[in-house]
Design a protein around this ligand. Structure first.
Ligand code: ADP
Ligand code: MG
Length: 697
């Protein structure tokens, strides 16, 4: 048994391994590529490939794969073995620089939203040296970007890297204005807190809905849910503990900084948080984490559910995206500094983020828009679909004082002058406890809480980085030309607060009054994916994303289509699964139980002439009526699903899903859930909510 430090990153071709195994000039030049984005030449790639192959085979790998993140939302891999034939009819293990740098997976089966005409079905993958290669099972996985031959991005990594680059470019300009000349690079960091459900595999396999869609489509409320709050931070059950233990080990081997684990609010719900890292790496690691979570669960006879809303009426799962901006010198630009000078810089990045969130609310909202997350947002357990920023009372008071040029009422009563006065030191606790805000400042970072548990964090961070980059660009343009920097900065910050304070909200985000107020403040309330997605093709948003070099117009259009296609496909599968369960399982069960009671009543009457049984006769009547209701709702839904085929336009199709199919599904579910309550346990065809939620002892 190795110690954790020995175990950690033992399956990663990381800096330590590179230093050990690469010739020093190769190591140096690769390092420059990683740290400064310098171009890589083939001889370096060849040397790296050779060392990688030797290391990987020594560690049991026989295959390699370019590991990438197509727009399906999951990761993709195609394995090739290292074997290469020799003239003697034997093989050697070989891997070239070319194979490392570029791969050509058959791209035709990945979604491209019309980007890749079928006659030109090829795309290629390109090595991303900023994320380390690692071994999974017997395969060396090389993180890569995925593009079409026309150069358009077909994945989530490429635009993420572009958005990080855009932010770097603009943040460096701002830092220069503050006299910060030695900073070479600015990066964003993310720590994603991952929520999930863990249920027993045997129970899972009895439910077609869980198997096909990852969530339950039927199910009456259990007698005990989460109302006692006895699960949150409660002691962890031994079986779950064993799972978490193995999960941590597997993640550590892959160099993933798994740090915190605890129970969540709902029964069977848990959370895992890593220590934050560079956004690109954090994204790769989160994708891997989700995959490893599922695999380890299978080994323990469990199933890990990553769906945003596996159970109606029970808290869903999200992923808090803790985000900050830092320099290569380790300075966190969202951390209030000690000196007035540092504070002015901090306030610049702070108000830039506030403005970015206000101006690009739509992009942030749509970056987390999926059929699954639509169930969660606004359901009084997760932030509403309205985006707002939480700052906490202290920081809010500072901004108000700056805006109105009035004395700041904090520790000392005095006017705040930027670059002259110090900010009071905030106590972290006062800023961290509002759990209802979608975008909360938590002392030295922002926490974006709308991200769904199964979402790739790439999407949210692409939009966040691009939006902040765009605002910083405007700031830099304005300040670079200023005669008096201090005065211009003060004016810029004041104006930014004034123009964007509508997005700041420090109250309870779950309160209906807030939703009404938000609307009167002109904030967007995009409740569903089809509505949110319209904002992706909004001209101002397209301008921003293209100007920042994050997406081309064609890429935006293709992503619009793919995201709506995913939405349509997901709900369509759900509707079909419901029909299947209703017709093949629920109706036969309800009908059989009603028939059983009717037969029993007949037999009782024969035995005791004149006997009446209120339970038997009333239940037969109720169940028969419910069965009819279920049947009619199923027929109606089936017809609606069939009419989807007649709609050619993807936007129209998505709206039809939202306006017709989803309400049709709700209409089918309601009588079925009522029937569940009236039907004897041994007749009910699949495990109930109570049996699933408390399946792990
Ligand atoms: P909690 O939200 O449970 O109070 P923390 O706020 O300490 O816990 O951490 C939540 C997540 O935020 C962790 O993944 C942590 O590593 C991450 N985090 C902490 N500091 C930063 C930062 N400067 N930038 C990005 N993420 C951070
Ligand atoms: Mg947190």
């Amino acid at each position: 048994m190795s110690t954790v430090p020995e175990l950690f990153a033992s399956k990663v071709f990381d800096d330590r391994v590179m230093k050990e195994r690469l010739p020093s000039e190769v190591y140096k030049s690769l390092h420059e590529t990683i740290a400064e984005g310098k171009e890589l030449n083939l001889s370096v790639a060849n040397a790296v490939a050779k060392a990688m192959c030797a290391w990987a085979t020594e560690n049991g790998a026989t295959h390699f794969t370019h590991w990438f993140q197509p727009l399906t939302g999951i990761t993709a891999e195609k394995h090739d073995s290292f074997i290469s034939p020799t003239p003697e009819g034997r093989v050697i293990m070989e891997f070239s620089g070319k194979e490392l740098i570029k791969g050509e997976p058959d791209a035709s089966s990945f979604p491209s939203g019309g980007l890749r005409a079928t006659f030109e079905a090829r795309g290629y993958t390109a090595w991303d040296p900023t994320s380390y290669a690692f071994i999974k099972d017997n395969t060396l996985c090389i993180p890569t970007a995925f593009c079409s031959y026309g150069g358009e991005a077909l994945d989530k990594k490429t635009p993420l890297l572009r958005s990080m680059e855009a932010l770097n470019r603009q943040a460096l300009r701002i830092l220069k204005l503050f006299g910060n000349e030695s900073v070479k690079r600015v990066t964003t960091s993310v720590g994603p807190e991952q929520e999930y459900f863990l249920i027993d595999r045997a129970v899972y396999e009895k439910r077609r809905d869980l198997v096909y869609t990852g969530r339950t489509l039927f199910g009456a409320k259990p007698p005990k849910g989460q109302e006692l709050d006895d699960h949150y931070f409660g002691s962890i059950k031994p079986r779950v503990q064993a799972y978490m233990c193995e999960l941590n080990e597997e993640l550590w081997k892959l160099g993933i900084l798994a740090k915190t684990e605890h129970n969540e609010v709902a029964p069977a719900q848990h959370e895992l948080a890593p220590i934050y890292s560079t956004t690109n790496v954090a994204t790769d690691h989160n994708q891997l984490t989700m995959e490893i979570m599922r695999r380890v669960a299978a080994k323990h006879g469990l199933v890990c559910l990553l769906h945003e809303k596996p159970f109606a009426g029970v808290n869903g799962s999200g992923k808090h995206n803790n985000w900050s901006i830092a320099t290569d010198k380790g300075e966190n630009l969202l951390s209030p500094g000690k000196t007035p000078f540092e504070n002015a810089q901090f306030l610049t990045f702070l108000v830039a983020t506030i403005k970015a969130v206000d101006e690009y609310q739509g992009l942030l909202r749509l970056s987390v828009a999926t059929a699954g997350n639509d169930h969660r947002l606004g359901a009084n357990e997760a932030p509403p679909a309205v985006i707002s920023v939480f700052l906490g009372d202290e920081l809010n008071a500072v901004l108000e004082a700056i805006e109105s040029d009035t004395p700041y009422d904090g520790v000392e009563r005095r006017r705040m002058r930027l670059g002259v006065d110090s900010l009071p030191s905030f106590t972290r606790d006062t800023t961290d406890r509002n759990r209802t805000s979608p975008f909360a400042f938590t002392g030295n970072k922002f926490e974006f809480r709308m991200v769904g548990s199964s979402n790739s964090i790439a999407c949210a961070n692409i939009m966040l980085n691009s939006a902040v980059a765009d605002v910083l660009k405007g700031f830099a343009d304005e300040l670079e030309g200023a005669e008096d920097f201090d005065a211009a900065l003060h004016e810029l910050i004041r104006r930014t607060i004034k123009e964007h304070k509508r997005v700041i909200f420090n109250g309870n985000g779950y309160d209906d009054k807030w939703i009404a107020e938000a609307e009167s403040r002109g904030l967007l309330n995009l409740k569903t994916t089809p509505e949110a997605m319209q904002l992706l093709i909004d001209p101002e948003n397209v301008r921003m994303l293209t100007e920042e070099g994050v997406f081309s117009e064609t890429e935006i259009r293709s992503r619009y289509e793919i995201q709506l296609e995913n939405y349509v496909k997901t709900v369509r599968i759900e509707a079909n699964t419901m029909l299947n369960m209703a017709k093949k399982e629920i109706l036969p069960a309800v009908s059989a139980y009603a028939a059983h009671l009717a037969g029993a009543l007949e037999r009782k009457k024969t035995a005791v002439p004149g006997l009446t049984s209120e339970y038997d006769s009333a239940t037969v009547e109720k169940l028969t009526a419910l069965a009819d209701e279920i049947y009619k709702a199923a027929e109606a839904l089936e017809e609606k699903v069939a009419s989807l085929d007649g709609i050619a336009d993807i936007t129209e199709e998505a709206y039809f899903i939202k306006d017709e199919i989803i309400p049709g599904m709700a209409a089918l579910r309601a009588p079925a859930d009522r029937a569940e309550m009236e039907t004897a346990k041994e007749y009910w065809p699949f495990p109930t909510y109570g049996e699933i939620l408390f399946s792990v002892k």
